[in-house]
Design a protein around this ligand. Structure first.
Ligand code: OFO
Length: 166
């Protein structure tokens, strides 16, 4: 059985994953409206789907452990991106924030000796490590490319291949 504090913090994480899903959906839609960003568009649509899966996994875990999973109310995502660089900076910042939030729950699971939740969270810890790394790598590449259009063309093509290779 989850403690009340654990139930609350896990439901907060459900909300964060849902917000990430909606933000990435907004990013995908923004990219789809720009000329020639087909790879980036697909990347964020897929990313949005993944976050939705993360949300449902958490929600169901809360229910399985005797809590009540809450479907959250969400704000409309803001989409004020000026450049692709800007878009990917937001992506990295969002992943860093999610990692921190997961670590806070891991910390609580230790303090409460809730080893079932601790075990459940290991999947999220690994996932965040991979997502943060991929977001950092993509940001590094974009920094190198700067405003070079042919570089951006190749970046978009590579990110499309990255998705289809998964
Ligand atoms: Fe939910 O995986 Fe990143 O944020």
């Amino acid at each position: 059985m989850l403690s009340k504090e654990m139930e609350k913090i896990l439901n907060n994480q459900v909300k964060l994953e849902a917000e990430s899903s909606m933000n990435y959906l907004a990013m995908a839609s923004w990219a789809e409206c720009q000329p020639g960003l087909d790879g980036i568009t697909e990347f964020f649509y897929a990313q949005s789907e993944e976050e939705r899966i993360h949300m449902i996994k958490l929600l169901r875990y809360i229910n399985e452990r005797g809590g009540t999973g809450q479907v959250p109310e969400l704000k409309k995502p803001s989409v004020k991106y000026k450049t692709v660089q800007d878009l990917f900076k937001h992506f990295l910042a969002s992943e860093i924030a999610v990692t921190k939030s997961i670590y806070d729950i891991v910390d609580l699971s230790f303090r409460e000796k809730d080893f079932a939740t601790h075990n459940f969270l290991q999947w999220y810890v690994t996932e965040q490590m991979e997502e943060e790394k991929s977001a950092r790598d993509l940001n590094d590449k974009l920094e190198m490319i700067g405003s070079d259009k042919s570089g951006l063309y190749l970046f978009d093509r590579d990110i499309m291949n990255l998705r289809t290779a998964e």
